[in-house]
Design a binder for this molecule. Structure first.
Ligand code: ADP
Ligand code: MG
Length: 291
């Protein structure tokens, strides 16, 4: 009784917090060769701590910088935004107002807003090009950070944010390895931030790709597909193209953006990525029964 076996497996998966949007995904899950994980909010908690925040030009004070950044970040729903707003409110003497105009979001890069008549860009090392600065910010400040602040095309500040891995992330990757499944990480964050996560995981990830735009995540997933069935796990708006490209898209249920949840074929209700190797095992058992 094929439909009954599928129904039982779907129910069992749902009970453990994994919603499959169709029975066909069991078949796909059973044959997965590569799982590509997003970093922020998927492998990591997506709860950042500001570890460094400096002004780098003499005529813009740290107070002004904090007030601009927290005002503009208050318009963003990126996981980094909340911690920057909080940091700004704690350390700035100015009130954080709502006078940001023309707010824009550049997925995988950062944000823009006009405040006090200034054009302010905040983001990773790619955001400089949006601001009209051709120079790589890393060459201007020597050390790599994951945040850069521009006023017009001038680099005016830098910051760093650190995030920690979800409990169970290492276990999930090790469990996948024991099932013969490769784990890779795809992130829009800096190489340094990506390497930090890899070291927290005792270098368990088989492959790490950093500084990716949303479309570049999708291209890498496509390449893995040439080598076998590929799942993508993500939570952000920036993960939607890769989720749609993968043989199976898995989205984070609690922290996931509406777009990621809509695009995913499987929803991880608990945000616990250990459910992924569990689901593969369940799918393998179920499809074996069907043959
Ligand atoms: P990930 O792939 O790790 O989920 P994203 O693609 O969402 O990362 O973002 C990539 C990078 O773009 C971030 O690491 C950050 O440096 C920058 N960025 C994106 N949005 C913002 C924002 N609101 N404020 C500051 N930086 C941002
Ligand atoms: Mg993410």
């Amino acid at each position: 009784s094929t439909p009954v076996a599928i129904f039982c497996a779907l129910t069992k998966a749902a009970t453990s917090g994994l919603l499959l949007k169709g029975g066909d995904y069991l078949e796909t899950l059973s044959g997965i060769k590569t799982v590509a994980f997003d970093k922020t909010g998927t492998i990591t908690r997506g709860e950042f701590t500001v570890t460094d925040f400096c002004a780098i030009v003499d005529d813009i004070s740290i107070e002004t910088l904090l007030y601009w950044v927290s005002s503009i970040e208050s318009k963003s729903s990126h996981p980094m935004a909340a911690s920057l707003v909080e940091y700004g409110m704690l350390h700035s003497i100015k009130q954080i107002p709502e006078n940001v105009e023309n707010f824009q979001n550049f997925p995988g890069e950062g944000i823009y807003g006009k405040i006090d008549g200034r054009d302010i860009y905040i983001g990773n090392r790619r955001i400089g090009a949006r601001a009209g600065c051709e120079r790589d910010p890393v060459s201007q400040v020597q050390e790599e950070r994951n945040g850069y602040i521009y006023c017009g095309s001038t680099l005016i500040g830098v910051f760093s944010l650190a995030d920690t891995c979800r409990s169970g992330a290492l276990e999930a990757i090790e469990e996948l390895k024991s099932l013969g499944v490769r784990s890779v990480m795809l992130t829009g964050d800096s190489t340094q931030a990506a390497n930090y996560v890899q070291s927290q995981l005792n270098h368990a990830l088989d492959d790490v790709h950093a500084e990716l735009l949303p479309e570049e995540k999708a291209v890498i997933v496509k390449n893995f597909k040439n080598d076998g069935l590929t799942a993508m796990v993500g939570d952000g708006i920036n993960d939607a193209p890769a989720l749609a490209t993968a043989d199976i898209g898995i989205s984070m249920g609690i922290s996931g953006s509406a777009l990621a949840i809509e695009t995913g074929n499987v929803i991880l209700m608990s945000n616990d990525i250990r459910k992924i190797p569990e689901a593969i095992q369940l799918a393998r058992k179920t499809t074996r029964k069907l043959i």
